[in-house]
Design a protein around this ligand. Structure first.
Ligand SMILES: Cc1cc2nc3c(=O)[nH]c(=O)nc-3n(C[C@H](O)[C@H](O)[C@H](O)COP(=O)(O)OP(=O)(O)OC[C@H]3O[C@@H](n4cnc5c(N)ncnc54)[C@H](O)[C@@H]3O)c2cc1C
Length: 468
């Protein structure tokens, strides 16, 4: 279905990008054969990696690849969790790691213009020096702007301001015929025809390769407060969330996590969560003006205490708040050695408690540890499917039960009005569940969009759907 690269095509690409920016040796390709998804069964090597430095190079390479029927896969930080940047059909990986220029931080328009390979960490640092703020915080700061936009990443801080989608205002992207399109701009409102900015956001590199983005930014809030609220059980914890969401206060983040998971993360990173009674915690982050944050904190504490909280701890010192966030953010790494896959099923917030009940039941039925935590303010839960029993013993037959478990959890999420992925994307490893979410007409409509942008399925083939 696809052709292999020939020496002539490789020389043409070396001519476009410079020989020093083209990797061919197998040992140098290893890092580009996988992302953070753990199972080596899905890893695959590209034939070459090209470290592009500008949009023009991407356009010339993609045009050539389409003419020659060679797959092209865009890769940012490789921190994806669903095999999204794995070159499933070989071919060319276009790495944006050298496209890491912060073109402009426009303080008057509150817009940042960035190349696709800028990492989240670099972006946050640049904003900090100008007391500016970008609310979304997907947990891994080595992710790039191109990857974050392409997956519509979310993270903990999506409750008040939403996911990356809400911040993308303009994009420069290369289409499969090598044409460069510029969609949107430094504008807040845009009703000028179909919105390709939004269509490209979350398209996982299957419609085009993003080379630049314009993102909304905000003034840095005056103050932050982090509340840790313990409860005796999961049910009480999750039942409190609708009361928070219905209140006059909209927190930046509302996370839910058990004491057991927190202590694993503490042991892993050496930092500490406030020590307090209770078995399950809400972590609530408030931001705004000093006076507002203090008032909101009181409201929040009252709501929680009225909803069976055992106590409320308020972290005010920046260092303490950072430690708490660090412990929460390190959870994935702390559980990684036991994890086969981390799911990101999303359900209506009122269904979370029932969905977690279902997961707990499943854990008992299969005697498998399924630690679950996550972004409870927006109904997006992370269940780790592990290779262990709840009391920590290795399971030998995990390969047999793993597909049944993930299918059951996803089916339960969908049954409750949810979706397969709230933030990680479909990638390579979840596409078999798409027809549980959508009917055939809907899937056909998605495929028509794909065909319109990429008729030969050159761009990131095998992701979201199989190539035709
Ligand atoms: C510890 C950890 C914590 C995480 N926490 C969160 C979290 O809280 N929330 C969340 O949403 N995600 C989270 N993630 C997942 C991951 O960080 C995000 O999916 C992120 O958006 C991926 O960015 P990346 O640059 O690494 O993309 P990659 O992994 O390189 O690629 C991801 C997808 O984007 C496409 N892509 C990359 N660059 C481009 C481009 N320039 N143009 C077109 N397509 C492109 C790829 O082809 C692929 O389909 C976490 C991951 C880890 C390891």
């Amino acid at each position: 279905m696809y052709k292999k690269l020939t020496e002539i095509i490789v020389s043409e690409i070396e001519g476009i990008a410079g020989k020093e920016n083209v990797l061919r040796e197998k040992e140098k390709l290893i890092d580009y054969s996988h992302d953070e998804f753990a199972l080596p069964e899905v890893f695959n090597f590209p034939e070459i990696v090209v470290k592009v430095i500008n949009t023009q190079q991407v356009a010339e390479i993609v045009k050539l690849a389409t003419c020659e029927k060679i797959p092209v896969v865009a890769r940012g930080g490789g921190t994806g969790l669903c095999g999204g940047c794995i070159p499933a059909y070989g071919g060319i990986v276009i790495s944006t790691e050298k496209m890491n220029k912060i073109c402009k931080i426009d303080q008057n328009n509150l817009m940042a213009h960035l190349e696709a390979g800028v990492t989240l960490k670099e972006f946050y640092q640049a904003l900090k020096t100008k007391t500016l703020f970008f609310p979304p915080h997907p947990g891994e700061e080595s992710a790039t702007i191109g990857g974050l936009v392409s997956t519509n990443a979310g993270g903990a801080r999506a409750v008040k301001y939403g996911t990356i989608r809400n911040f993308v205002r303009g994009l420069t992207a290369v289409c499969s015929d090598g044409k460069i399109i510029q969609a949107g701009g430094k504008i807040i409102k845009d009703s000028t025809g179909y919105n390709l900015v939004q269509l490209f956001t979350g398209s996982e590199g299957t419609l085009g390769i993003i080379t630049e983005a314009i993102l909304s930014i905000m003034p840095e809030p005056e103050a932050y407060l982090t509340l840790i609220v313990p409860f005796n059980n999961t049910k009480d914890t999750l039942n409190c969330v609708p009361s928070i969401l219905k209140s006059s206060v909209r927190p930046l983040a509302i996370e839910f996590i058990s004491k057991q998971i927190i202590s694993i993360a503490e042991d892993y990173c050496g930092k500490h969560w406030p020590s307090m009674p209770g078995e399950v915690f809400l972590m609530v982050i408030l931001e705004g003006k000093n006076s507002e944050v203090e008032r909101d904190c009181e409201t929040m504490a009252q709501i929680c205490m009225e909803n069976k909280a055992v106590d409320v701890f308020v972290a005010q010192a920046e260092e303490k708040q950072q430690d708490i966030l660090h412990v929460r953010s390190i959870v994935y790494q702390a559980l990684k050695s036991s994890t086969i896959e981390i799911l990101d099923v999303t359900v209506p917030t009122t269904e979370m408690a029932y969905h977690i009940d279902f997961v707990e039941q499943l854990s008992k039925t299969y005697n498998l540890w399924l630690p679950t935590y996550g972004h409870t303010g927006d109904g997006n839960l992370h269940t780790h499917i592990t290779k262990k029993t709840p009391d920590g013993k290795e399971i030998k037959n995990w390969k047999e039960i793993y597909p049944k478990i993930r299918q059951s959890i996803i089916a339960d999420g969908i049954k409750r009005g949810g979706k397969i992925s709230g933030e990680h994307g479909i990638g390579l490893v979840k596409k078999q569940y798409l027809d549980m979410c959508f009917d055939a007409d809907y899937i056909e409509m998605l495929k028509k969009i794909k065909r319109a942008f990429d008729p030969f399925f050159i761009l990131n083939p095998g992701k979201i759907f199989d190539p035709e």
